[in-house]
Design a protein around this ligand. Structure first.
Ligand SMILES: Cc1cc2nc3c(=O)[nH]c(=O)nc-3n(C[C@H](O)[C@H](O)[C@H](O)COP(=O)(O)O)c2cc1C
Length: 196
């Protein structure tokens, strides 16, 4: 790959400060550091009023359009949402409703989430992974879930969580590298099935 990897994080929390943003930011920077890439975290909270402008991409503001394009052009995507009613937030879904149907095909995606307790940890597997299955993304096998007790004053205070982040990066980065996904995405003849 000739350019440094672009590692883009997306935090679907409507609040600020946000544990989810802290987690997404940490994981995004960890992947960028390990891959020699460039990290950027996009907070969806400030985009909320503009995301509701209409169902079509043409109704959206330049700010939202730029965020969508950054996600679509990322080499590695780190996505995160707080658990709201046992799934990702409406804000998270609203943003990804506007992402191009085939823009994330084969893109490596790291799934992360936070919640009030560990009770809904499987939202990563049961809600987030199917969403990115629709996009035909390459969701990496290790998701990262954190509960409120892993944070204090909106900072990660749990060594266990830090270890899980390190493990996820160490075990999944070789998959990203060996796949050379970014190069394949650039191929114009890359097959795009038409059906939903
Ligand atoms: C409306 C609402 C619904 C929530 N539903 C759940 C839930 O179903 N399961 C859970 O574990 N936590 C739930 N929580 C707690 C949040 O997921 C948790 O506090 C999370 O870490 C907040 O992330 P943030 O700091 O990024 O906003 C809910 C919080 C709110 C405000």
């Amino acid at each position: 790959m000739s350019h440094p990897l672009s590692v883009v994080g997306v935090s679907g929390s409507p609040t600020h400060p946000s544990r989810t943003t802290v987690l997404v930011d940490e994981v995004t920077r960890a992947y960028a550091e390990a891959s020699g890439g460039v990290a950027r975290t996009i907070r969806l909270a400030p985009l909320l009023p503009e995301l509701g402008a209409g169902p079509f991409r043409s109704s959206l503001s330049p700010t939202v359009t730029e965020a969508l394009e950054a996600v679509e052009n990322a080499d590695i995507l780190v996505v995160g949402s707080p658990a709201y009613r046992a799934t990702y937030t409406g804000l998270f879904k609203l943003f990804f409703d506007h992402v191009g149907q085939y823009a994330l095909v084969d893109k490596p995606v790291i799934l992360t989430a936070t919640g009030g307790s560990d009770r809904h940890a499987l939202l990563v597997e049961h809600q987030m992974r199917p969403l990115f299955g629709f996009f035909q993304s390459l969701t990496l096998p290790l998701g990262i879930y954190a509960s409120e007790s892993d944070f204090a004053d909106y900072e990660i205070r749990s060594q266990d969580l830090r270890d899980r982040i390190d493990t996820a990066v160490a075990r999944t980065l070789p998959l990203v590298r060996s796949d050379d996904t970014a190069s394949r995405l650039a191929e114009p003849e890359f097959a795009r099935p038409d059906a939903f």
